[in-house]
Design a protein around this ligand. Sequence first.
Ligand code: BG6
Length: 465
Amino acid sequence: MRKLLPALYHSDRDGRLSPESRVIAMSRGGLTDADFRGKVDAEVRDRVPVDDPAVWRRFLARLHHVSVDVGGADKTGWNALAALLGEHEQRDRVFYLASPPRTFGPFCRELHEAGLVTPRSRVVLEKPLGHDLPSAQRINDEVGAIFDERQIFRIDHYLGKETVQNLLVLRFANAFLEPIWNSLWIDHVQITAAETVGTPGRRGYYDHAGALRDMVQNHLLQLLTLTAMEPPARNDREAIRDEKVKVLQALRPITGTEADRFTVRGQYVEAAGMPGYLDEPASTPPTEASRRVETFTAIRAEVKNWRWAGVPFYLRTGKRMPYRRSEIVVQFKDVPHSIYPGGAPNRLVLGLQPEEGIELHIMAKEPGAGEVTLKPVPLSLSFGKTFTARVPEAYERLLTDVLAGNPTLFMRRDEVEAAWRWIDPILSAWESSADLPEPYPAGSTGPAGAHELLGRSGRAWHEEE
Ligand code: BG6
């Protein structure tokens, strides 16, 4: 209701769905088509701009609902789905699994048994893909037994954000950055995804996920790979994904006691009128898993290759922070010899949220006679102001790519597994530690440890300067 249906509506409104396209929702809910259309009318209509009621009606008419019980004995739902799809044997089918990862394998098997998987079918898998490397491999094997890798689309909605795609254009369609995009010129990189929201009503999921699995394994590592990758030879699906995998494989493992030095875990506690993680509304009381789960993490990562040797990549994400902001900050080294007092190194800020845009912070002279005074000023590119066309939501872009059969912005099996290979040792170090996550007040910038992580090498998070 929040992401997929609005994205599909926009695709319809902008003419990207063929007249025959149908959207069939599946759940255990026992809804009829009319119930489902009513629900979408009530819940989605206010989230999207409906400027032509006829287009909205056309969209509603495309919607169907089928009730299925994955793994259940009753096959009525599968037969109903088969009957609906049977009329359109030759058309593309996209099965979008926005369900817990343990259902991916069984769901694909049932689709296959019901005879619904055709050569023109694709399957989309929502993150998180598993909860560690072995579970991810198992899911990949199960799905891979039914679908070819080229039919599998592992979605990470961060890759659909405009700035993320612009990062590649900025790096590989402009000549000036690439010569300085390395350890000779870059001091460090910061990748942040800060959220103001907490986890009300999500404890069941979040207790077993935590910030590392929920945000770092996928979104933040994806941003890291795009920042650090080598220029691909072609703008094609395999060339780009090949380069991304190499970055993940070059990440220096963080194992055992190193986790104490290079990672920080935090959990928000009650402050400023906001509840702590353990007091968030939930259907069950908090458990030991709830007390141990991190709602914030900061990590000092390193890409061990020629280009990036010695350049820290600081990753940070947290719930209940004071602002909603996702960004990649590339901090350049200082000038080799300064003739002015008070300069600061250049910085490139790629903003993903709340606004998408690019800023290059350069030193300028403050107007005035007398002593030269320097001031960092941004050269800014705001997508919203520069391009008048509506910036599509990430899911719109990605769904369009699935329909077109283009997997460039989706994660390949080896990518997901390489990411888990780096995450797993951190998870096991945390699991075997007696320490609980450091508490941080709701609405603050995270625990003290996150500031020390940079502070001990004389650095600071972007917004602290
Ligand atoms: C999801 C996570 O993948 O991304 C959520 O499961 C998180 O916990 C969300 O809130 C953030 O997405 P965005 O686009 O709002 O940054």
